[in-house]
Design a protein around this ligand. Structure first.
Ligand code: SAM
Length: 295
């Protein structure tokens, strides 16, 4: 999507959860009809509300007449680059990792000449999802991945399998595999995120090693992996801790916490598991941890 693309975003309230279930099956045409489907860029569903994103002005009345359980709570008009901070960002270069922004069918910008030792760049189209790479929480996770996969001291322990809970655009899964992991499973409950992550895995020729599933992170807590990446809100981290998602992992990357939350969460984690904090990063607002099992 080009930075100047105008978005119309409808926030819909559902009388019952069941009124939103139609979004989980069928094609866009079946869900929205032939008039709206071509203009629909994506949607995000929560328990009793949903956001619909259109790339032009559309009239929802005929659609709402067919679905009386739904009503418009608010309508927002903004440009794509206002929605997606980073839409106009320059490429990100972190050690051998290069992340190039791509928007729709546009060719990614190039970094020429490619720095010595640099890996094949990762093209990331954020679509409408979180995780182009510029956010401090994502950035911290990328730094930790560089440390984990750095040839040298930690190399022998570099995790081969990765579980990326709340994968957004898939950026961390893709980076882990680019840096040397054999495979990654990315999970996100958002349709916007799952769609974008699947697209990005294909775009980078990594769909055979990076699998994306749409669903709740909590439902994937028992999935085997040596490394768990979780850049996700505190309440989900708490659920994951209770569900033993962090047990018996070689490494954990925990991000997306406010400083107070971070310390409290770390206390709970270290009370339960034999782990040590290898590294921590703090931006003005967020803390992130790289954790290793000592068992
Ligand atoms: C802060 S973003 C991180 C995205 C990406 N991993 C990154 O580092 O840039 C958190 C992501 O978690 C997803 N999320 C939040 N709660 C979730 C849940 N319970 N299950 C799965 N995904 C969830 C959101 O949709 C969002 O894409």
């Amino acid at each position: 999507m080009k930075p100047e693309t105008p978005l119309t975003i409808f926030e819909l309230r559902a009388a019952n959860k069941a009124d939103l279930l139609f979004l989980d099956s069928g094609s866009k045409e079946e869900q929205f009809g032939p008039e709206l489907a071509p203009h629909l860029a994506g949607f995000h569903v929560e328990s009793d509300f949903a956001f619909l994103f259109f790339v032009s002005e559309v009239d929802l009345s005929p659609f709402l007449e067919r679905r009386p359980g739904l009503e418009i709570r608010q309508t927002h008009h903004l440009r794509y680059d206002q929605w997606q901070d980073g839409a106009a960002s320059p490429p990100i270069v972190l050690g051998p990792l290069q992340i190039l922004p791509v928007f729709g069918a546009e060719a990614p910008p190039s970094i020429a000449p490619r720095p010595l030792g640099a890996l094949e760049p990762l093209a990331i189209d954020p679509g409408l999802a979180f995780g182009f790479g510029g956010h401090p929480t994502t950035r911290a996770c990328l730094e930790f991945l560089l440390r984990l996969y750095k040839p040298g001291s930690l190399e022998s322990a570099s995790p081969k399998t990765v579980l990326d809970l709340g994968c957004g655009t898939g950026i961390l899964s893709l980076a882990a595999v680019r840096l040397g992991a054999a495979s990654a499973l990315g999970v996100d409950h958002s349709h916007l995120a799952a769609d974008s992550a699947i697209l990005n895995a294909r775009k980078n020729g990594l769909a055979d090693r990076v699998t994306i599933r749409r669903g709740l992170a909590q439902d994937f807590a028992a999935e085997p992996a040596e490394l768990v990446l979780a850049n996700i809100p505190l309440f989900v981290l708490s659920d994951l801790l209770e569900l033993k998602a962090f047990d018996e992992r070689r490494h954990l990357v925990i991000s997306g916490l406010l400083p107070d939350e971070g310390d409290a969460f770390l206390n709970r984690l270290t009370t339960r598991l034999k782990v040590k904090v290898l590294d921590r990063m703090r931006s003005d607002r967020w803390v992130s941890f790289l954790i290793e099992s000592v068992a």
